[in-house]
Design a protein. Sequence first.
Lengths: 340, 340
Amino acid sequence: MSDSTPATIEDVARIAEVSIATVSRAIHMPEKVAKSTRLKVNQAIALTGYTTNAMARSLRLGRSNMILVVAPDIGDPNFSSILVGLENEARAHGYGVLIGHTQNDAQRGLEYLKFFNSNQAAGLILFTGILPFGHQEVTPRLPPTVGVFEPVFNGGIPYVGVDDIEGARKAVDLLISEGHRRIAFIGDSHTRLAYSRRRSGYEAGLAAAGIPTNRRLILEGDGTVESGRLALEQLFMRDDLPTAFMCVNDQTALGVALGLKARGYDIPDHFSVTGFDDVPQASFMTPSLTTIRQPRTAIGKHAMALLLEMLSDRTPSETEILLRPDLVVRNSVGPPPTRR
Amino acid sequence: MSDSTPATIEDVARIAEVSIATVSRAIHMPEKVAKSTRLKVNQAIALTGYTTNAMARSLRLGRSNMILVVAPDIGDPNFSSILVGLENEARAHGYGVLIGHTQNDAQRGLEYLKFFNSNQAAGLILFTGILPFGHQEVTPRLPPTVGVFEPVFNGGIPYVGVDDIEGARKAVDLLISEGHRRIAFIGDSHTRLAYSRRRSGYEAGLAAAGIPTNRRLILEGDGTVESGRLALEQLFMRDDLPTAFMCVNDQTALGVALGLKARGYDIPDHFSVTGFDDVPQASFMTPSLTTIRQPRTAIGKHAMALLLEMLSDRTPSETEILLRPDLVVRNSVGPPPTRR
DNA sequence: CTAGCCGATGTAAAGGTTTACATCATAGCA
DNA sequence: TGCTATGATGTAAACCTTTACATCGGCTAG
C-alpha cells in the first residue's frame, strides 16, 4: 500500500491504466482528457497519495515555483508581517517563499543570484531600494523582480510601498494643527529614498502652513533607535530645540523618546514625538506613539501579486503601487508648552 | 559571450575539452581529477559563469538542498532572530531556508508535508512542540526533523531550546531574594510544554525557599499581551494580590505592566514584574523589563546544525540541546512595598 | 618483456516530468 | 460507403545532473 519511496507519475499511470502523458494532462490540462479517464486518474492519485515531484517538474519546465525574498534584516519588525502577506499570496498561487537576508553585505546579496541561475527561484522580491549586489558597473541580469518600500536603485523595476510623502504630510499636519511651529525632522538620509521622501512630505507640510524650513532642525539618521538618541543629543548641545520631533520611523522615535525621558522631560507635555511605520511595539511605548501606519500585509500581498503577474505574462499592469498610509493618533502628541 | 540561457555543464565541458563527467567530478570530488584538468575546468567555469542547476541535481540525487522552517507565526518577535541563526548555518553548508507558517491551522501545516513528497525540502525545523498537522491517529511520516523551543509532540524527535526550568528558577530566585513571598505565575498552559516547564521552575524556586505554592496565584494564559492583562484583572477581582508577577513570557509581562499602569500602580514600587525571552522591546518598556534571555541566534544555529547532521548520517549526536538562559536585570523588579 | 594494477577520463543510464508529434478510433459528411 | 476532421491517448525526447562501469595509457614488479 504505502511504499517507502513516494509515488511517481508512473505508479499512478499503471493503476489508472493509462499512459503517464495522460496523467500529466489530467492534472494540468483537465479539459484535454475524457471525463471517465480523469476520474480513473484522480482515483489513482488519491490511492497513491501522489504529489508531483517539484524538482523534475521545474527541471523540465525550466523554472521553479519558488520566490526568493531578500531583505537586509529579517529581524526588522517592519518585515515580518509583510512576509505574511507575501507568503499567503504566493501559496494561493502554488508558489513557495524562500528567504534570504543580506545584512547589508553586498557579497551575500550577490550569492543569492545563484538561486536564479540554478533555477531554484523564479522571481525576486527585494526589500529596500538599493540593490544588494554592491555598486557594480554592470547591472547583473535580474530575474523578474519587485521592490518593496522603495523603487529599486537602477530603476525599471516595479515596486510596492506606501505613499511616504502623504504619510509624512499627515504627521506634520497634525503637529502643526496642534500649534507646533518648530518641528524637527529626525532621520533624513540620502541612501534611503523612502526616508528622503518623508522629509519631502515634512517640508511640504511646513510650506503649506507658511513655516520656513530650518535646515538646522533636519538631522540625519539611519532609522535605528541609536540614531534617534544621537540626533536628540545634537539638538540639545546646540540649545536650539524644537517643540516637536517628527521621526522618520518608529525606531528613531523610540530613541528620541528614550533620550527625552532620560533627560527628565515628559512626552507630550514638554515635547511631542511622531513616528512612522506603526510597528507592533509603537502601541506599547509610554506614552504610546502617534505614528503613520503602513498596511504591511497588504503591501506583501500586492508585491507578490505583481510579481506573479510578471511571471506569467511578463508585463506588469502597474509599475508602482502606492498604498495609503494612515495616521494613528495615540498619546505622544500634544500642544507645545505655552511658554518656555 | 553571455548567452540568454544559463550555461550548463555541457558548455563547461566543451570549453574545457573534457567530458561532462569530469566537470562534475572536478566540482564535487576535486581529488579525483588531475590537477591540470581541474585548472582547465575551473577556468571554463569562470568563463561561463556556470552554476549547477539545483533542480537537476536534486532530481538526480533524490534530495534537495532546502530546509523547511515551519512556525505558527512568522511575526512572533521571538522568531526572527532564530531565523537568522538558522539561515546562516544553513547557508554555510550549502542549504537554503524555506519558510512557512501555519497560523495554528492544522490544514496548512499538513500542506507543507507536500514539500517533502515532492522533494522540495530535505529537512524540517518545527517551532512549537505540537505537530502542526492536527490531531491525527496516524502520525504522518516525517522527514528528518528538529524541534525548536519544545520537544515535538509524539517524541523521538530531537530538539533545541533553552532550559526553561532553570530560567524560571533564576527569575523566581531573584524575586524571592528581593523579599517577595507572594509571587504569582502568569501564563501556565497545558498545551505548551515550555510554559508548564517554566511553571515547574517557579514552583521549585518557591519550594526551595520554603514558600508553599498557592494555586490561586497560578493563572493560565497563552502568551499574548491580552492574556497578561486578563489574568491581572482576575487577580484584582479576587482581591488576593501578590507582590510580584512572574510572567511566562515578555508579551504576558507587557500585558500585566500595561494593566497595572492603567490602574495607576507603579512598577517596581508597588509591584514587581518579570518576563521571559528578552524580546527586543523588553529593554524599551517603561520600566525596562527584567527578564530571562533566550540565546536566539545560538538556538537557530544549533537546531540547523543538528538537522544537517541528521541529513548526512542519520544519527544525531544529541537528542536534546538545552542552552543556558540568562537573567537580564533591568528595572521592573524591586523589593515589595513594606506595608500594605 | 609482459601481466597486472592504478589513476584519469569517458560513456551512458537514470532520475520524474512535460509536451510535440504520432497514432487511433470515431463521428460527421458527401 | 468511404473520406476527413476531430478528439483522446500513447510514444519518446528533452530538461541537466551524477555515477557505475568501461576504457585507456602508463607504470611497477616479476
